[in-house]
Ligand binder design. Structure first.
Ligand SMILES: Nc1ncnc2c1ncn2[C@@H]1O[C@H](COP(=O)(O)OP(=O)(O)OP(=O)(O)O)[C@@H](O)[C@H]1O
Ligand SMILES: [Mg+2]
Length: 205
């Protein structure tokens, strides 16, 4: 199976070397957990390989995203930024060929009906690109997405959370599922540094 490297140090080892090509993967987490940075890191890896990359956003201006990426030394000028309303996604993506897409975020699709969300995810799967869908979660959410259905429809789910114990804050990444892949099931510590996202250990100490 062809695998697509995320480019995030320490992460690809958790999923047998990378995302299966063409997979649609949900990255879920509460505000500030690093979902956008994870997505940008993934696109930067694509750019390094000369792949066609797109970033679809509704909630943040492309310039802000590019500035955020520049903080990590990533030049996103090669990325196609699409500012789309949820109802425009399907049409805008038809016939376009991208290798990597990040959609940030799915929560803006909360206004979509469950049917149209399901249709959208199925359509994305058929497009021949590897896609990250960002989903925002409330802090203590028991679900893995705000719409409570995309975690079942997507091929993979990565859950980011921040926990506080004994006065220390730890960022934990857990691969909740990745179809066709043997996964590291434990939570892993991650950090955001000047170089971007990194998974630091494979175990919680
Ligand atoms: N240059 C940097 N060095 C270290 N940490 C940083 C840097 N830039 C941002 N961060 C950290 O990354 C976090 C924000 O990451 P990001 O924007 O990816 O979160 P998010 O999950 O997309 O948030 P939101 O739900 O608000 O969109 C901040 O909490 C900040 O602490
Ligand atoms: Mg974000």
């Amino acid at each position: 199976m062809e695998r697509v490297k995320s480019g995030v140090p320490g992460f690809d080892d958790l999923i047998q070397g990378g995302f299966p090509k063409n997979f649609v993967v949900l990255v879920s987490g509460s505000p500030g957990t690093g979902k956008t940075i994870f997505g940008l890191h993934f696109l930067n890896e694509g750019l390094k390989n000369g792949e066609k990359c797109a970033y679809i956003t509704y909630s943040q201006a492309p310039k802000d995203i590019m500035d955020q990426a520049a903080e990590f030394g990533w030049d996103m000028t090669g990325v196609k930024f699409l500012e789309l309303k949820p109802e425009e996604f399907e049409e805008a993506l038809t016939g376009k060929q991208f290798d990597r897409i990040v959609l940030d975020s799915l929560s803006s699709i909360a206004v979509m009906t469950r049917n149209s969300l399901g249709r959208f995810i199925m359509k994305t799967k058929g497009m021949g690109c590897t896609t990250i869908l960002v989903s925002e979660l409330a802090k203590e959410s028991v679900w893995l997405s705000r719409d409570t259905i995309s975690e079942f429809l997507t091929d993979g789910v990565i859950h980011l959370k921040s926990v506080e114990a004994a006065g220390e804050v730890k960022n934990l990444l857990k691969v909740e599922k990745m179809r066709s892949t043997g996964i590291e099931r434990k939570s892993n510590i991650y950090n955001i540094t000047s170089k971007g996202f990194e998974v630091k250990t494979y175990k919680v100490r």
